[in-house]
Design a protein around this ligand. Structure first.
Ligand SMILES: Nc1ncnc2c1ncn2[C@@H]1O[C@H](COP(=O)(O)OP(=O)(O)O)[C@@H](O)[C@H]1O
Ligand SMILES: [Mg+2]
Length: 273
């Protein structure tokens, strides 16, 4: 059924689903999350492909951030939070006792709503991860990695002459690109983004969306967004959550023009949310 939903403006990669038959990068099976007695996420099973952008949409409180945090075990850090089920990353069970959550978070980076650079220089923000993970030890190696990461995050041109200045002195949009550079510097496989543009103005938002589009050729990106227009612009797959359940997932174009479930339909046409 066609809807009168706001017609999505599709990004350059949008709707180009990864080739069929590629194994999923992330496989979630029967994931349940509880905060004490609150059953926040209910039997979520989802495949997320690599080298593309998957958007999580749905009304506030439906479990999008909760599910995102399952993917790099950030929920481990929340007292009273319990996660059940299985999440595979290239087939590795990330909840297996042999998995070190700190190493996992280098493979699966995260960017939050509010830019959170460390109270350190621009250089040290980016060099931090490679240093603690021992990826680069020589000064020139680290210099090169910082430069390359800032370039990949589209920030080098604006900061190359003030690498020793504090990261917190940058504009909000620049800080968010710095945080993305910090995530990229440890060469992750997955980048999780939880409403990364909601504290940014439209111009800074557009720059982050362009960056997401560029990064999608190298990383598996999962973005939570409350903006359906943003989901339509940046993602190839969309998953719609409602009251803790994953209602529907599919190619972004299909979710926005021809959803199968009435709840998705109601959300994208603005009847709920
Ligand atoms: N740190 C937390 N402690 C307790 N309950 C939480 C916490 N984070 C989320 N919740 C609860 O889990 C449910 C899903 O929240 P959340 O994942 O933040 O939704 P969304 O990101 O879709 O807005 C809500 O009922 C929320 O109150
Ligand atoms: Mg959230």
């Amino acid at each position: 059924m066609q809807t009168s939903a706001p017609t999505p403006v599709v990004g350059t990669h949008a709707n180009q689903a990864p080739p069929a038959g590629e194994p999923a990068k992330i496989t979630a099976r029967d994931v349940n999350v509880y905060y004490g007695a609150n059953h926040a996420l209910k039997s979520v099973s989802l495949d997320i492909p690599g080298k593309s952008v998957t958007a999580f949409i749905g009304p506030s409180g439906c479990g999008k951030s909760t599910f995102l945090r399952c993917i790099n075990r950030m929920n481990d850090t929340i007292p009273g939070c319990r996660v059940e089920g299985r999440i595979g990353l290239d087939g590795d069970d990330i909840y297996d006792p042999s998995i070190d959550p700190v190493s996992l978070r280098a493979r699966v980076g995260m960017v939050f709503q509010k830019p959170n650079p460390f109270p350190k220089s621009i250089y040290d923000n980016v060099a931090y991860g490679p240093r603690i993970h021992g990826l680069e030890t020589s000064k020139t190696g680290l210099d090169d990695l910082v430069e390359a990461s800032l370039k990949r995050a589209g920030l080098w041109g604006e900061v190359h002459d003030r690498l020793k200045a504090p990261g917190t002195g940058l504009s909000g949009g620049q800080q968010q690109r710095l945080v993305i550079a910090r995530a990229i510097a440890v060469n992750p496989e997955v980048i999780l983004m939880d409403e990364p543009c909601s504290a940014l103005d439209p111009i800074a938002t557009a720059r982050i969306e362009e960056l997401i589009d560029d990064l999608a050729s190298q990383f598996c990106i999962v973005i939570v967004t409350h903006s359906m227009a943003q989901a339509a612009r940046v993602s190839q797959q969309t998953a719609f959550f409602h009251l803790g359940s994953l209602v529907e997932t599919g190619p972004t174009g299909m979710i926005f023009t021809n959803p199968k479930d009435g709840r998705t339909q109601d959300y994208i046409t603005g009847r709920t949310g």
